[in-house]
Design a binder for this molecule. Sequence first.
Ligand SMILES: C[S@@+](CC[C@H](N)C(=O)[O-])C[C@H]1O[C@@H](n2cnc3c(N)ncnc32)[C@H](O)[C@@H]1O
Length: 260
Amino acid sequence: MTVNEQTYGAGWAADYDMIFPDGPGVDATVDALVAYAAKSGAAEPVALELGVGTGRVAIPLAKRGIRVHGIDLEPTMLEVLRAKPAAVEVTDRLTVAVGDMTDVETFLTPGAPTKYDLVYTVFTTISALPDGAAQKRCVQAASQVLAERGRFVLEVALPRLDSFDGAGRRSRHVGKFGDSPTMETARLHLVDQVIESEIVMFSPDGRVRVQPIHHRFLWPAELDLMAEAAGMRRVSLTPGWKPGSFTPSTPLYVAEYVLV
Ligand SMILES: C[S@@+](CC[C@H](N)C(=O)[O-])C[C@H]1O[C@@H](n2cnc3c(N)ncnc32)[C@H](O)[C@@H]1O
């Protein structure tokens, strides 16, 4: 599989941290991942992040003492990660490699652990995969590297179907990315469960940058079936990184699986 511009390809690497800066949300994510890793019972848990990107979550998780291996299909995202001083500080606990999260053979590379106490994918990275078949392969791959008492944890966005008009289109102002006022245009393909969008950033210097996104959303029940086919069962489902109730406008869910 190759990463194209719609699945966070090379065009994203330079802008990614500006568009999605570290924020308070990262602390909640890292706190929760530390707790999931502890549930494995391992004295020194080893974690695998699928689609590690620029290390937004992997670096602070390694700082918390967890050994993290991250894989990503896009080398330029990993270059940005490696160049961060914060990543250099944790090189004894953080390793990264190019790998395809839908193909376990690509991330069982020499030197990388073969089993993990925590396998995780955050920021709805599973939706960057093109279709349900690729997502199913990803879940299968995760199950193959999960330690006996390990946890597979996914953060997945829920779509707001009511934000689209009758023709399945949406166009909206989404605030400022860095110093650039930003618009989003999107098209919903309901049956394929795909939202195709463009993030359009208007820089103060007059430049206009356009980043396309292909997002294949999936409901918890579908993810449960993929996990079941891969020999796992769900043990928790929360509307975000903390317990709570789901409402029609809940923006995301976090699902936790173990091997059966
Ligand atoms: C939304 S970004 C998330 C990055 C990071 N996890 C974070 O939380 O900021 C999605 C990442 O998944 C990577 N990606 C897309 N398809 C992939 C695949 N098949 N295998 C591995 N990584 C992939 C992209 O290159 C990108 O870095």
